[in-house]
Design a protein around this ligand. Structure first.
Ligand SMILES: Nc1ncnc2c1ncn2[C@@H]1O[C@H](COP(=O)(O)OP(=O)(O)OP(=O)(O)O)[C@@H](O)[C@H]1O
Length: 260
């Protein structure tokens, strides 16, 4: 299996503040990673580096075999799928759900004069139904619930068959039912051998979908632990990451953490 993402001794400084320090990390195409860490640890920054929205201050980031700074970033980004709540703000409120998904084919966020093939329409319809959105295809994005918007953005991110899918806090602010529904869909997607490599930022171990294989714990600019979930997600590692003693349990492939 080949590598899709490689951070080598990456540091990132913004306005004189060091946000990441000496981060080395690699993702292979058959891996599904979760990134955990306290507020301000640099998780979103890590994602922005992985999608080429930022460049490292020192060290190298290699995405799909190409080192950032040496490639056309727009061409590279077309091969990635990315969903975040920041993106939700850029989708026109009056855009239909099907167009929100289909416009990913042109990397635009509102339909204008682009010409779509029947293939694009069929693919968008298939993706909508896979993510439980078929009945909403003609609704406008602005009228969707938070959970429906988040699923629409993920459907948009997978529309172009990306080689790596990056999700920044896909379950944040969802009610219990919407969260569980989303986790079931993410788990199904993560478990499919035909799915691309995945990287997902979350604040809660309860939001790790079964099928995710690896975890990276980030705190104080640095990687505290990284590797297979089984060996990385431990009470000790969580305690070091969040600065609080935790009890961690796993039941039916789902984690629960409680402070001691
Ligand atoms: N433009 C900026 N200028 C200076 N500092 C910044 C800038 N953008 C982000 N930061 C700082 O970088 C740090 C990391 O931010 P980042 O958003 O990557 O963290 P995070 O782990 O995703 O946080 P959260 O869990 O709260 O979403 C924070 O301390 C933040 O204040």
């Amino acid at each position: 299996m080949s590598g899709v993402l490689e951070f080598s001794d990456v540091s990132y400084v913004r306005n004189g503040n060091r946000i990441l320090n000496g981060v080395s990390w690699s993702v292979r195409e058959d891996q599904r990673w979760v990134i955990l860490g306290p507020n301000g640890a640099g998780k979103t920054t890590l994602m922005r580096l992985a999608t080429g929205h930022e460049h490292p201050t020192s060290g190298t980031v290699t995405v799909l075999g190409s080192q950032l700074g040496t490639v056309n970033i727009f061409e590279l980004r077309n091969r990635l799928g990315f969903a975040s709540s920041a993106q939700a703000k850029r989708i026109p409120a009056n855009e239909t759900v099907i167009n929100t998904v289909m416009t990913a084919a042109y990397s635009v966020e509102g339909r204008w004069n682009e010409k779509y093939e029947d293939l694009d329409v069929r693919r968008a319809e298939r993706v909508l139904s896979e993510w439980g959105l078929h009945d909403l295809s003609q609704r406008t994005f602005g009228t969707l619930s938070d959970g429906e918007q988040k699923r629409t953005l993920i459907a948009r991110a997978v529309m172009t068959d990306p080689e790596m899918l990056l999700l920044d806090e896909p379950a944040s602010s969802l009610d219990l039912g919407a969260r569980e529904r989303l986790l079931q869909l993410l788990s199904g997607y993560a478990s499919s051998p035909t799915s691309p490599a995945m990287v997902m930022v979350t604040h809660h171990v309860e939001e790790i979908p079964p099928g995710f294989t690896h975890a990276l714990l980030l705190s104080g600019e640095r990687v505290i632990a990284a590797g297979e979930c089984e060996s990385t997600l431990t009470a000790e590692a969580l305690s070091s990451t969040f600065g609080l003693e935790f009890n961690l349990t796993k039941d039916h492939d789902r984690y629960t953490a409680r402070a001691l």
